[in-house]
Design a binder for this molecule. Structure first.
Ligand code: F0G
Length: 355
């Protein structure tokens, strides 16, 4: 008997590049909840709204699905060092899986532009953290350059590493398995565009294997100040409160466009205000605390539903990509000074609550 829960890569092994030679690395990734969101759904006019809670992965974001495959394959190939550029979550995940695999980890981040929780996750796991005075796009170009040569010291574990996409597509499988069908609409934030590419690959493969019939329309949402796919041109200085998707030239641009066009979906932009409104609404109506970037998926369907662009009865899944605990500063700014001081007795607390 084993008390250890099944591994994600075993559950979907037939769809993954996992062989008997691949080391069995895991931190318990995947198997995340898909929950109905009736109160939020009623508020925005989509009664069939569901949330895929990817913040419940081991390092608090969906990156773990791809990282477990990328790091396992790096180990299999005899790597000793991994490197990535990151807006925070990829670095947190690379640091954790690298630590568990006994690898040297280096991460390159845009200086001053990643949430504090993510930075601490990388540091506590012992990763070498290099902050550059530029944005994510510049950091990615640097690490791509450093890993181009076949004899390079390090393996690149950004989503341009195809093993990342392979692992991340398992979220689409889980959504289908939990619903017993493919959703009608799948809404997802878009930054470097690896995840929308991965979900679409997953939905197509599941349908091709006869596990489900059909596939959802893919709805991708960029932040307004970082919306290269929507505007059709790279954004030199991307800006948004949603730092995880503060990206001006996505590596998987073509994958996102293919997901949109092949599924009959769309890629749209949402403002920081719309993102923060949805961020608060998720917590207030459903008790789900996600990070601002994740709320872009809900902000997007909220906007499209208000414009009458969505079928009210559609089975909608919004992917909430990361945990709100990663970014306490944004939460702090949103809640303001809401703590009520009281004397340490019953009367004092009653007075404070006006009970
Ligand atoms: N949501 C969160 C919480 C993210 O961290 C990211 C990307 C995305 C959405 C967008 O996913 O890039 O596949 O389109 N974060 C990357 C990082 C860029 O470095 O952690 P994408």
């Amino acid at each position: 008997m084993s008390a250890v829960r099944p591994r994600l890569v075993e559950r979907y092994r037939e769809f993954l590049p996992i062989t008997d030679a691949t080391p069995a690395l895991t931190l318990g990734e995947g198997f995340t909840p898909l929950v109905a969101a009736p109160r939020l759904g009623a508020r925005i006019g989509l009664p069939n709204l569901h949330l895929k809670l990817e913040g419940l992965n081991p390092t608090g974001s969906f990156k773990d699905r791809g990282m477990v495959v990328a790091v396992s394959k790096a180990l299999e190939a005899g790597a000793t060092t991994i490197i990535c550029a990151s807006t925070g979550n990829t670095s947190a995940s690379a640091a954790a899986y690298g630590a568990a695999a006994g690898l040297e980890v280096a991460v390159v981040i845009p200086k001053g532009a990643i949430a504090v929780g993510k930075l601490l996750q990388a540091l506590i796991a012992g990763a070498r953290v290099v902050a550059v005075d530029d944005n994510f796009d510049a950091a990615l170009a640097i690490v791509r350059g450093m890993t181009e040569e076949p004899d390079s010291r390090a393996t690149l574990v950004n989503s341009v590493n195809p093993f990342r996409i392979e692992g991340q597509k398992t979220a689409a499988f889980e959504v289908c398995d939990d619903l017993g069908r493919a959703p009608d609409l799948l809404a997802i934030p878009v930054g470097n565009a690896g995840n929308i590419t991965a979900y679409w690959k997953g939905f197509r493969e599941y349908a091709a294997a006869g596990r489900v019939t059909g596939a959802p329309r893919m709805l991708g949402f960029e932040a307004e100040g970082a919306a290269p796919i929507v505007s059709g041109a790279p954004v030199e200085r991307p800006e948004t409160v949603a730092t995880a998707i503060r990206i001006g030239n996505p590596a998987s641009w073509a994958g996102a466009v293919a997901a949109r066009d092949e599924s009959g979906g769309r890629i749209d932009a949402v403002s920081d205000e719309e993102i923060l409104t949805s961020y608060r609404a998720l917590a207030e109506t459903e008790g789900v605390f996600c990070e601002p970037s994740s709320a872009a998926s809900v902000a997007g369907v909220t906007k499209l539903a208000a414009a009458g662009s969505l079928d009210r009865e559609a089975l909608v899944v919004c992917v909430l990509t990361g945990s709100g605990l990663k970014d306490p500063h944004t939460a702090e700014q949103q809640v303001g000074a809401r703590i009520i001081e009281a004397t340490a007795d019953e009367a004092g607390v009653r007075r404070a609550l006006e009970w």
